[in-house]
Structures are given as C-alpha cells and as structure tokens.
Design a protein. Structure first.
Length: 109
C-alpha cells in the first residue's frame, strides 16, 4: 500500500474560503476587524458598520432613527439605511470584501 505524505504548508485566508461557509467567513472577518494594525477611517468604519448591521439585523427601522442631536448615531443610522434591501448574504459578502481590503492596506497585528 503506498504511503501518503502530507506537506505542512501555510493556508492563506483565500484558501480557507473554499471550505468555510459564508457565515464562518463573515465571523472570521468580524474577528479580524479587531486585529487591524491601525484604526480605519471614519468612512470605512461607517461602511463596515452598515454592512454588519444589514447582515445581522436586516433593514434599518425608521422608527429607531436617532435624534437630531445624536450626530454619531445619526451618521451610523444613515449609513445602515443606505444598505436597505441588500440581502443578508450580499451584506456578508460586502463586509468580508471590505475587511479583506482593509487587511491588505492596514495589515493585521
């Protein structure tokens, strides 16, 4: 019977996409955001927030819109509202792609 040798080689994040489910990839991307070497720009953070909320909650409820004096909350809500109608899967894919682009530009710790 022939013997099989398994090579011990590193697996890239892209290779993991083959076997990881979309939810697992999304969860890994969410974990990687916390490991970025530096803080992303405010616009990148808003985009991440919007995709994350759309993927985990769905469309923003206008009844929960923050008050006019809550500028940060209002900006986050408007970013999330901008993703209205995007499916959970498409929001997860967009979030993963955004995290991967941030990893490429900022690196991981």
């Amino acid at each position: 019977m022939p013997s099989t040798t398994v090579l011990n080689s590193p697996v890239s994040f892209a290779d993991k996409h083959i076997t990881m489910s979309l939810q697992e990839q999304f969860d890994q991307a969410a974990a990687n955001v916390k490991k970025l070497k530096s803080l992303p720009s405010d616009s990148d953070l808003l985009e991440l927030y919007a995709y994350f909320k759309q993927a985990t909650v769905g469309d923003a409820d206008p009844a929960n819109k923050p008050g006019m004096f809550d500028l940060k909350g209002k900006a986050k809500f408007e970013a999330w509202s901008g993703k209205k109608g995007l499916s959970k899967e498409d929001a997860q894919k967009a979030y993963i792609a955004k995290v991967e682009s941030l990893i490429a530009s900022l690196g991981l710790q």
